[in-house]
Design a protein around this ligand. Structure first.
Ligand SMILES: Nc1ncnc2c1ncn2[C@@H]1O[C@H](COP(=O)(O)OP(=O)(O)OP(=O)(O)O)[C@@H](O)[C@H]1O
Ligand SMILES: [Mg+2]
Length: 233
């Protein structure tokens, strides 16, 4: 059994009389420790599938499994525990608490977990050991995203889920964040899932899953992924 499994997952949003199939029978697998890029055009269902995998919303039908557990069968109470302990999220716009310092933002997330990593250590790891006492507004976009990655990692999650993590950053900063995510995967053995519309990111992944109109299509396995440093877009 694969580490992550999506089996014929559907998510229907109903707006008045209109039904939108954001996920329309999505099936794919991810192995433990992989850096996975999920790529597809705007509206193809990338954020929706990440929300389902992260237990932030439930699917209409189908099976979602992580590490042998049926996430799509969880009760609301189980979902709270799952979001707390098993997954870390990184969003396009960081979502930091503005009136807490970098260190406090990371500590806040660590506090609710069973086996958190020390907040200072994780901030060192993302290269922000010297900016721990700064507030988000005092940090650049790239630095704020590093805090957000530290916050997710401090939870010591099974899965790191990233939704367009470089979307708000310039080219050079975006590349540095990709490199950090790639190193995180290589050095900690953590499974990292990155969704993007930028097909240039595919080269750095162990596994690439192409999505289109709510379905997963071709899957590519890169035996020798490129370093984030050498890709161009
Ligand atoms: N809460 C919602 N209510 C109704 N429709 C929704 C909702 N969320 C998403 N959708 C629809 O589901 C489809 C997939 O949306 P999703 O946000 O997953 O796309 P995406 O691939 O993340 O796009 P982008 O690259 O622009 O972020 C779209 O047609 C969208 O309009
Ligand atoms: Mg999206």
């Amino acid at each position: 059994m694969a580490f992550v499994e999506f089996r014929d997952v559907r998510k229907i949003y109903t707006m008045g009389e209109v039904e939108v199939a954001a996920l329309d029978g999505m099936t794919f697998e991810i192995e433990r420790g992989e850096l996975v890029v999920i790529v597809g055009p705007s509206g193809s269902g990338k954020t929706t599938l990440l929300n389902m995998l992260g237990g932030m919303d439930s699917c209409t039908s189908g099976d979602i499994r992580l590490d042998g557990r049926l996430v799509s069968g969880f009760s609301d109470k189980e979902l709270v525990q799952y979001r707390r302990h098993d997954v870390g999220f990184v969003f396009q716009f960081y979502n930091l608490v503005q009136n807490l310092t970098a260190l406090e933002n990371v500590e806040l997330a660590a506090q609710i977990c069973k086996n958190p990593l020390p907040a200072e250590e994780v901030l060192e790891l993302v290269g922000l050991g010297h900016r721990m006492d700064n507030f988000p507004a005092q940090l650049s976009g790239g630095e704020q995203q590093r805090v957000a990655i530290a916050r997710a990692l401090a939870k010591n999650p099974k899965l790191l889920l990233c939704d367009e993590p470089t979307g708000a950053l310039d080219y050079k900063t975006g590349k540095a964040i990709l490199k950090l995510l790639q190193e995180t995967c290589e050095n900690t053995g953590r499974t990292v899932v990155l969704v993007t519309h930028n097909s240039a990111f595919c080269a750095i992944a162990n596994r690439v899953i192409h999505v289109k109109e709510g379905r997963a299509g071709a899957v590519e396995i890169n035996e020798h992924p490129a370093s984030a440093e050498v890709i161009d877009w």
